[in-house]
Design a protein around this ligand. Sequence first.
Ligand code: 5GP
Length: 194
Amino acid sequence: MKLLEEKILSEGKALNKDILKVDSFINHQVDPVLMAQIGEAFAAHFKGRGITKVVTIESSGIAPALMTASALGVPMVILKKQPSQILNDNLYQTVITSFTKETNYELTLSKKYISEEDHVLIIDDFLANGEAATGAIRLLRLAHATIAGLGVLVEKSFQPGREKLVDQGTEVYALARVGAMDTDHVEFLPADDE
Ligand code: 5GP
């Protein structure tokens, strides 16, 4: 998506070879016009596939996931980062290794909101090592839902996330694909919508 790539070039900041800061339009302040276009782009690609829910991970996935859910006319469900809840029969839980914070956290999903009848599109802001998306898929499988695919705003293609997910049979659709970066320099590969 050209608009997203332009925003990354004008407002994003590569801190080093690994971390891209996009605080002014995705992670801290949110650009609603960009998010609406992102929602339309994901919906255009995934429409007609019988998607019943859009699922995201709090908190940076919520804005694009909501716009995608709105464009598809289905609910959005947020996977929550919570401390482990022992013996809670109403929750599915799994542990994720965080790329940016280098720590582990627990991701939870209430059994009320996803069932075996759901066909789910997962939306997240970044795809790096694929840990967050793989954990989301683990939770959705515990609920016996099926996965339509993963839509991400930014894929860092030099990290192994896409390969990991595609190897597991999950389609990845990225609106911007960073092939390489370094301090104040970002190079793109052709995105999946081009
Ligand atoms: P993964 O689980 O694929 O390794 O990492 C994905 C998660 O880590 C995303 O949900 C995102 O929150 C965060 N993340 C990974 N790389 C970056 C990055 O370069 N910049 C930002 N802002 N977040 C990132």
